[in-house]
Write a protein that binds this ligand. Sequence first.
Ligand SMILES: *Cc1c(COP(=O)(O)O)cnc(C)c1O
Length: 373
Amino acid sequence: MADSTPSIPSRGIPSRQWRGVLHEYADRLDITEATPIVTLGEGGTPLVPAPALSARTGANVYIKFEGMNPTGSFKDRGMTMAISKAVEHGAKAVICASTGNTSASAAAYATHAGITAAVLVPEGKIAMGKLSQAIAHNAELIQVQGNFDDCLDLARDLSANYPVHLVNSVNPDRINGQKTAAYEVVEVLQDAPDFHLLPVGNAGNYTAYSRGYTEELERGVTTKLPRMFGFQAAGSAPIVLGHPVKNPDTIASAIRIGNPASWELALAAREATDGYFGAITDEHILAAHRLLSAEVGIFVEPASAIGVAGLLERSEAGVIPAGATVVITVTGHGLKDPQWALRTADGDDVKPTVVSVDAAEIAGVLGLQKAAS
Ligand SMILES: *Cc1c(COP(=O)(O)O)cnc(C)c1O
């Protein structure tokens, strides 16, 4: 393996650092001796049991916490692969359309590889954290006066006619990198779960997990395919509606997509896994966002909470049997778009309490009684 990564001294303590998905799964991905591995150590994310959600539903619920990737979203799994292959093929520049996280990831991996990333984002529609990342990592950031779907059309057009390599999830390397998340789930659970729930925007990740689980079944490592349940925001639900949505509208900016690039692949995956696509209102997305933060201890951006809202909805509908194993992918970190945590369920601003420098006053606010001495 061509590898210029310096090793980290162990000081005699047996230790092993996770090496990123291309090294960890080299034998199962399309890479060779000639592939320069561009990695920031992505993947190896925690699968966290969620007792608060298990208690609510009677299922055994786990959260695959993809906010723990280097740039804070699952996009890094696909980007390590896409940028490595682009560099292998001699690319000096890559381009992508993005609702934010793809641009943050492309910018970080491209700059690590010493090449240029051009990113097209819808003007004024990108969460501040993601915009900051793309700028910090030196991307050529271009705000387009249009929506995500316009940006993707432009990125495809430019990559077809100019020397820039497309790294959106229509690039098969992206999906192949992303399928490693399913491998990791299987490694921990020692089988596939009964259900896997996740957000759907372009449906690349839905497709990637389905592929990963299918490979695991074919290898004989698992006994079943999970039923793949994907969720779109109600104002941006083309797959659920069965037609493109011209002006998709939701607070969940990462899935504000009206014409998903992997639509056909996702329909095939639903068919193969006895899956489901559902729509969730913004109100229920935000309720699930609060539940994840306040009861599970996991902070996500709004789009990432939709799988939890979907679990509650499907559980209520009687579709999730007691004792079923359920994995929910939460796709991006809460620090990317933190403003939603500062609103109450009624939409009011949360106002933290202010006190003087006085322990007794604080004890009063906290309702603490002085301990008897
Ligand atoms: C990209 C993204 C999605 C949607 O993933 P697709 O593969 O486009 O369906 C969901 N959540 C977050 C946080 C994302 O960045």
